[in-house]
Structures are given as structure tokens and as C-alpha cells.
Design a binder for this molecule. Structure first.
Ligand SMILES: [Zn+2]
Length: 334
């Protein structure tokens, strides 16, 4: 197996990693850096080794122009994130993934985040995955990986890997396009297993500080209960546990939206007498539709008229639409 070295460069607040190929000359390396940072002008930057707490670096503002010196733009020691290991997740042809396609896809995603590029699948199924750099079309980038299932043992194996980007801007970003819910899920799962009481806000903060990555959306806690049936006493039990949690964490008044289940409608005011309780529009539409036999004209018409009421922009329009709904739906709607 090839030992691969990866060199990290930092310039203007962005970091880029370049795989160091054994047959590269110094000029090759410089050209590779220039392709990552297109605004660098050849002959106008200095290549230097950077070690943590290097005094030359820390004092760079007096010695060198910030933009002329790679790796020394900030005074604090470079932070090492927990994603550091991700850059070696994809390294060579013949590399095996014992967890099959699931492990391969997970590692590919994390590798791309850490190296700083995005990819698209040419093929993506349980037997074969082919991915290419997303700048294949715009810049003709050659980066490519092909992996397939080994039927004998269920492993996934890299059959072909062109692990050099010829595109511009392979830069590790805090807001990575590849930082989707799957990566977040795999990180969150580990954190919740370690501490089931951890709050979503703390998890998002930790992902930022441990991995240097932003979660591109908010994380919400989900409360659930497994019960024998959906009835009033079970709903009441669930709401009471929920209410107890709320008293531990005082917050703004919470509005509830439900599917209007009978058990919930009667349990709700007993546990949360002062909280507003609304009903989900889609569920109300479905409930209305259920009141009419399949294939009947009104089965579609009544939900439509109801939608017109809900989307009325003025009180006059609302009254007008309600009148039509009442006259068409009769007792069933009332
Ligand atoms: Zn590329």
C-alpha cells in the first residue's frame, strides 16, 4: 500500500490540502498550490514549513505581508480538528471497506469535507459506486474514484482512484456542501450514545469546535414514546412527561400542532390548559376527505373548498369561501 503524505496550506483564512506525490518536484508543488489559491501570483509567495507555535509565524506581521506568507496569517496556533483523520479515509486503489457500500459512502463524504471538494455520483448503487469531482464538467477536473462490491466477502473495494484535483479551489470550508444530514447524523449518533441528555444546541456547538464545521440547519430534539395503542391515557402519560421536562427548562410559551386525534384532543387541555393548540392543515384535509366515500365527487371537492377557506386573504373572502363549503358539505362539514 502506498504511503500518502498530505500537505496542508493556509492562506487568507482558508486551508487547502494537497496530496504530496513522490515524483513531484518543487515546481509541481508550487503549481498545485497556485491551482488551489488562484489569486496567488507566481514568484510572489514564499513556501515555508510551519510548525505549531513557530515564533517566526507568530511574528509574521512585522516581517512579511500577510498575504505573501502561507500559513502565518493568524497569531494563534493552528487548531487541529477531530476531522483530521478524515483526510486518510480514501487513499489508494485496493483499499477495502469491510462495512460495504455504507462505510464507503460515509468515508467518501467525510474525506471530501476534510480535503475540501464536492463530488457527484456517476453511479451509486449497492454493487458499484463511481464518483467524480463536481468540477469535472466546469473545469475538467480528473479526480475520480471507482469502487465495487466483492461478492465473496461483502467488502467494498476501490478499483480505481485518481486522487489529484486539477480544478481550482479545493479548500476546506466551514460550510461544506457535503456537510449534509448523513454526516451530521453519524456524528450526532456517537454524541448521543455517549451522553443521551446532551442538548441539540450543545451538540451543534461541539461539532463546530471539534470538527470546525457548521451544521447548516438547526437540530431539534424529538420526544417519543412506545405505547400499546394511541388512546387518551397514553397521550396523557406522554404529555405529562413532556410537561415535566418543560418545567425543568423554562422557555417561551409553546404552541402545539397536532393531527387532532381524539385521545390527544381530550388529554391536551388537562395537561396544557394554557397553551394554544392548533391542528395540522394537511391532517384536517385528510380527515374531511375520509368522511366521503371513495370515488365520490365531494371526496376531492370538499377538501379543495376547505383549502380555499384556509388560504383566504381577507375576512370577506374567508366568509365567502366558508359559505360555499357549508352549502356543499352540509351536515358532514358542519
Ligand atoms: Zn476537483
Amino acid at each position: 500500500m502506498d504511503t500518502s503524505y498530505i500537505v496542508k496550506f493556509i492562506y487568507s483564512g482558508e486551508a487547502a490540502t494537497v496530496p504530496l506525490l513522490h515524483n513531484w518536484s518543487f515546481v509541481d508543488l508550487c503549481n498545485s498550490i497556485r491551482s488551489r489559491f488562484p489569486d496567488l501570483i507566481q514568484g510572489n509567495f514564499m513556501l515555508s514549513e510551519s510548525v505549531v507555535s513557530n515564533t517566526v509565524c507568530e511574528d509574521s506581521s512585522t516581517m512579511l505581508e500577510e498575504n505573501d506568507y502561507l500559513g502565518c496569517y493568524r497569531a494563534e496556533a493552528p487548531k487541529s480538528y477531530m476531522t483530521k483523520g478524515w483526510e486518510s479515509y480514501i487513499h489508494s486503489e485496493g483499499q477495502k471497506f469491510e462495512g460495504g457500500v455504507v462505510e464507503f459512502r460515509d468515508k467518501l463524504r467525510k474525506y471530501a469535507i476534510e480535503i475540501g471538494f464536492s463530488y457527484e455520483f456517476v453511479r451509486n448503487d449497492k454493487v458499484r459506486v463511481i464518483a467524480q469531482c463536481s468540477k469535472k464538467h466546469s473545469q475538467g477536473c480528473n479526480w475520480l474514484v471507482k469502487a465495487h462490491l466483492c461478492r465473496d466477502n461483502g467488502f467494498f473495494m476501490i478499483k480505481r482512484l485518481v486522487n489529484v484535483h486539477t480544478c481550482h479551489g479545493v479548500i476546506r470550508l466551514q460550510k461544506s456542501k457535503m456537510m449534509g444530514s448523513k454526516v451530521v447524523k453519524s456524528i450526532v449518533l456517537d454524541k448521543i450514545r455517549a451522553n443521551p441528555n446532551k442538548k441539540p444546541i450543545d451538540i451543534a456547538d461541539e461539532i463546530k469546535s471539534d470538527y470546525g464545521l457548521d451544521v447548516p440547519y438547526r437540530l431539534y430534539p424529538v420526544a417519543y414514546a412506545i405505547v400499546d395503542s394511541e388512546n387518551e391515557s397514553n397521550w396523557r402519560f406522554f404529555l405529562e412527561v413532556l410537561a415535566e421536562e418543560f418545567t425543568k427548562h423554562p422557555m417561551r410559551r409553546v404552541t402545539f400542532i397536532s393531527d387532532r386525534h381524539v385521545g390527544l384532543v381530550s388529554a391536551f387541555p388537562r395537561v396544557f390548559p394554557n397553551n394554544p393548540h392548533g391542528f395540522c392543515f394537511r391532517h384536517l384535509m385528510a380527515n374531511l376527505s375520509d368522511k366521503f366515500p371513495a370515488g365520490s365527487y365531494l371526496k376531492d371537492q370538499i377538501p379543495y373548498l376547505f383549502m380555499c377557506c384556509a388560504y383566504s386573504r381577507t375576512p370577506e373572502m374567508y366568509e365567502f369561501n366558508m359559505e360555499i363549503l357549508r352549502s356543499e358539505g352540509g351536515d358532514i362539514v358542519a
